[in-house]
Design a protein around this ligand. Structure first.
Ligand code: UD1
Ligand code: MG
Length: 459
């Protein structure tokens, strides 16, 4: 394979078993902000304009490759047959970096919070006059937990990275930790990696040892200290997953707030990786916006609404307690009220569905009013059917619209109707039992009831 010199080749490691997730799903396929976490690190690599991405997985993770190809179709899948450590994992991609003279960047698949801007500094370091062979990202931590410690020399070179397990008391006092990002000059990469020996304790080949090897060869190793260490927090447990979700949500909310969205209680609003919200939208507390949601200007979303794969155009009002499901399009100034569910339907401008309704597989025109308790009966137990409702239609409360069905413009459906046939424009349709009124009937009924009760009491 021919690779352009002085460019970037990214290797993403994801072959670890992720045992601590206690899951049958590969760790990097667990979701953050509505999509598998592997996409975040891939996007970071793509934003750095990497030439190639090799994704290292184990033999049972074909699903990870498939998922990753959705973000970066030209991904190079690499199988690490045995998990013999991070250096061994990088060397599984050996054939692809052998003749590569650019920068080899190693990232972990389970660190979704890294910003590409932060890695830009790592890449830039290779153009500095010091010409390092290795650049690592360090983070100053008050509590270094079990991170590898970065041992630096007086001239700010990195002498070694010592894993927590192998560190003595003095080394453990070091607060500069290895964040896990490693960049190597491609000219030296393979030669250095091959010199790494397995650890005595567990026979693993540590990527971090590349620093020691480089220094022994008289090459330079440098550290870029991260401003925000939280970017490098990895996901190893479900608790970590929840914490990364929280941090990601915070980022998205802050961005939305900066761009002119009002959130009365931002920490209760959940967004997705691709949520688009225009300015002057007001979101009340406890709203969940799933993937592929677009909200245009001046929309108000009231509490406890759950919305996904929906396009809400200017000036709509949603909720409280609304559920907008995939395929919903609301044209301008639509009103969706409480306990209304809409699925795979388009509602025309100024149409109102204010209370307790289900609109599924429907196309509704403009300025139509759908009364409380209206149900589109779209499913007959075998197939889904469409309901078409025109402009300026009035659908009375508690109406069942049995699809397939067409209701013409300006038609009027009486409350309580079950409509099973098409209704022409401007027709009035009522389909319910006649009311029978018996004069003074209430009195005779009450008399009869009380006699019965009396007889029962005696009996
Ligand atoms: C690693 C670093 C440590 C650093 C920490 C930061 C090493 C030896 N240590 O430790 O200095 O402070 O990250 O989070 O690199 N993987 C494979 N194949 C393997 C082993 C691991 O693909 O054989 C992958 C894992 O899926 C994971 C990544 O490599 O994505 C890191 O492995 P992990 O075991 O989590 O390393 P740490 O012990 O966290
Ligand atoms: Mg880890």
């Amino acid at each position: 394979m021919e690779i352009v010199n002085n460019s970037l080749f990214t290797i993403i490691l994801a072959a670890g078993k992720g045992t601590r997730m206690c899951s049958s799903l590969p760790k990097v396929l667990h979701s953050i902000g509505g999509r598998p976490m592997i996409h975040y690190v891939l996007e970071t690599a793509v934003a750095l304009q990497t030439e190639q991405i090799a994704l290292v997985v184990n033999h049972s993770q074909e699903s990870v490759i498939k998922e990753a190809q959705q973000t970066f179709s030209k991904i190079i899948p690499v199988i690490q047959e045995e998990q013999l450590g991070t250096a061994h994992a990088v060397l599984s991609a050996r054939t692809f970096i052998e003749n590569f003279k650019g920068i080899v960047l190693v990232l972990f698949g389970d660190t979704p919070l890294i910003r590409h801007q932060t890695l830009g500094e790592v890449i830039d370091r290779f153009s500095s006059p010091s010409k390092p062979a290795v650049v690592v990202v360090g983070m100053q931590l008050d509590d270094p937990k079990a991170y590898g410690r970065i041992v630096t020399s007086k001239d700010n070179q990195v002498d070694a990275i010592v894993e927590h397990k192998e560190a003595d008391e003095n080394i453990r006092k070091i607060k500069l930790c290895n964040a896990g990002v490693m960049a190597l000059d491609g000219v030296h990469a393979i030669k250095l990696l091959e010199k790494i020996l397995p650890q005595e304790s567990n026979q693993e080949y540590y990527l971090t040892d590349v620093v020691r090897v480089a220094r022994a060869e008289g090459l330079k190793a440098e550290v870029v200290v991260a401003q925000d260490p939280s970017e490098f927090e990895g996901v190893n447990t479900r608790k970590d997953l929840a914490e990364s979700e929280t941090k990601m949500q915070e980022r998205w909310r802050n961005k939305a707030l900066e761009q002119g969205v009002t959130m009365i209680s931002p920490e209760t609003v959940y967004l997705s990786y691709d949520t688009k919200i225009a300015s002057d939208v007001i979101i009340h507390p406890f709203v969940n916006l799933g993937p592929n949601t677009i909200i245009e200007q001046d929309v108000i979303i009231r509490s406890f609404s759950d919305i996904e794969d929906t396009h809400i155009k200017n000036g709509c009002t949603i909720g409280p307690f609304a559920r907008l499901r995939p395929g919903t399009v609301l044209e301008e100034n639509v009103k969706i009220g409480n306990f209304v569910e809409v699925k795979n339907s388009t509602l025309g401008a100024k149409t109102k569905v204010n209370h307790l309704s289900y609109i599924g597989d429907a196309v509704v025109g403009e300025k139509t009013n759908i009364g409380a308790g209206t149900i589109t009966c779209n499913y007959d137990g075998f197939s889904k059917w469409q309901t078409e409702i025109g402009d300026g239609v009035s659908i009375g409360a508690n109406t069942s619209l049995v699809a397939p069905l067409k209701i013409g413009n300006q038609a009027y459906i009486g409350a309580g109707s079950t409509i099973t046939k098409n209704i022409a424009p401007q027709s009035l349709a009522v389909a319910r039992a006649q009311v029978k009124e018996i004069e003074k009937g209430a009195i005779s009924l009450r008399n009869k009831k009380s006699t019965l009760t009396y007889e029962k009491d005696l009996g």
